[in-house]
Design a protein around this ligand. Structure first.
Ligand code: DOR
Ligand code: ZN
Length: 435
């Protein structure tokens, strides 16, 4: 049997159960799972005691920014935050400045990210400028397209439908943000142009906008597209009925419009936080195993930007990497969420979204991406200590029970006990895998 680089001894999440044992790693792969007595020889043993070892978390929806938005986040700060949150692979969104919507910009982004990332990163492109650019984008490693409401709620639907068909036939992903712009515009017009504060956010972008966007998108694409950050059980039922895959964000599971009322701008996010009742129904849907993927939608802005007075000037988005998993584990500890459902939706679910059989499970032959956490440790959320540039959080000052202790990518410790242990550029660009 192969000599191992290291073994991790602890409580291993294996085939949906927790076993006391070891994971053995060699050349970046998982090559052994079992009792230490049966393990081949190894260089190093890491005794994790009661800590839990799960497959490396995967986030299919995050904003790492960079380029002209470096003041919000860059590829180093963003991926350090991801590692500190237990994420081994994150997929980055194209709504950057400039937007990632042609071949040159995709290549520039990959170049900028390559020597900075500490965990693996994949990329979506935005609505391509034209067909020629689409063809060229399909020759890159990009894993698919991400469409925003302004990309599909207007005219030239036929052209877009044609592009989506090409994306689909290439095996790439089609991910869309479901909110119907016409509903939003109509509601926004009911309030003064100089609207102050964010209290009206949920009225301007109600659930009805989300449901209507699902109808719109069904007319544009064949089944198989992916609706991201659904906020209600009604949306989930509709998406499933239409043959869409979907995910739910930690924000919509952990927060409600009551938090928007009490905390204001920090909780302004698109789509908006919904009512506490809607949120509990969403949580129950996770517990019934209906939600295949949970995302962070890590969306960093600066504190100054978030402090704007006018409604339209407050940017939407909440940083999430460093709180997402602990917030969910805390909800497990408080009896609201089912641990297995949470773990599956952060590992196996996203791996199957990617169609990548080598990720998402502690299985011999898989990539040795692993996340280690303490499900009982309590810690105080202090955004000042975050790796992300966005040093604010709706969870500030909360005491969360559940803490990420280590993150391993390809068998190496990227993060351990609050420290980043690899040099920038250790992370790899995650490319589209032809299935
Ligand atoms: O709240 C949001 N923030 N929703 C989006 O769709 C974009 C994101 C961002 O990029 O900040
Ligand atoms: Zn987003």
């Amino acid at each position: 049997m192969t000599h191992l680089d290291r073994i991790l001894a602890g409580r291993i999440y294996f085939e949906g159960d927790f076993i006391e044992g070891c994971v053995g790693v060699s050349g970046g792969e998982i090559v052994f799972i079992g009792k230490e007595a049966n393990a081949p020889s190894y260089d190093e043993k890491i005794d994790l005691g009661r800590l839990i070892v799960v497959p490396g978390l995967i986030d299919i929806h995050a904003h790492l920014r960079g380029m002209r938005l470096k003041h919000k986040e860059d590829f180093l700060t963003g991926t350090c935050a991801a590692a500190a949150g237990g994420f081994t692979l994150v997929l980055d969104m194209p709504n950057t400045d400039p937007p990632t919507n042609n071949h040159l910009r995709m290549m520039e982004k990959i170049e900028e990210a390559s020597d900075k990332i500490v965990v693996d990163v994949g990329f979506y492109f935005g609505k391509p400028e034209n067909r020629r650019e689409l063809e060229r984008l399909l020759n890159t490693v990009a894993i698919g397209v991400k469409l925003y409401p302004e990309d599909y709620c207007g005219s030239s639907q036929a052209e877009l439908a044609g592009m989506l068909k090409t994306v689909r036939e290439s095996g790439r992903k089609i991910v869309f943000h479901p909110e119907d712009l016409s509903v939003i515009k109509e509601n926004r017009s009911k309030y003064p142009a100089q609207l102050k504060g964010v209290e009206k956010h949920g009225f301007i972008r109600p659930l009805e906008a989300e449901l209507s966007a699902l109808d719109l998108f069904r007319r544009l694409s064949e089944p198989g597209s992916h609706a991201t950050h659904l906020t209600s059980v009604r949306s989930i039922r509709k998406a499933r009925g239409y043959g869409f895959t979907f995910d739910v964000s930690v924000n919509h599971l952990a927060l409600s419009d009551e938090d928007l009322s009490s905390m204001g701008s920090i909780c302004k996010v698109n789509p908006p936080l919904r009512s506490p009742e809607e949120r509990s129904m969403l949580v129950e849907s996770v517990n019934r195993g209906e939600v295949p993927v949970i995302v962070t939608d890590h969306a960093p802005h600066t504190v100054e930007e978030k402090s704007a007075t006018l409604y339209d000037e407050v940017p939407s988005g909440i940083p999430g990497f460093e709180t997402a998993f602990p917030v969910l584990i805390d909800m497990v500890n408080r009896g609201f969420l089912n641990l297995h459902r949470v773990l599956e939706a952060l590992t196996k679910g996203p791996a199957s979204f990617l169609g990548d059989a080598k990720l998402g499970g502690i299985v011999e032959g898989n990539v040795a991406n692993l996340t280690v956490f303490d499900h009982k440790e309590e810690w105080h959320v202090e955004p000042e200590d975050f790796y992300t540039r966005a040093k604010y959080s709706p969870f500030k000052n909360r005491v969360l029970k559940g803490r990420v202790k280590a993150t391993l990518v390809r068998g190496e410790f990227v993060f351990r006990d609050n420290e980043i242990l690899v040099s920038r550029g250790f992370g790899k660009i995650y490319g589209f895998k032809r299935s």
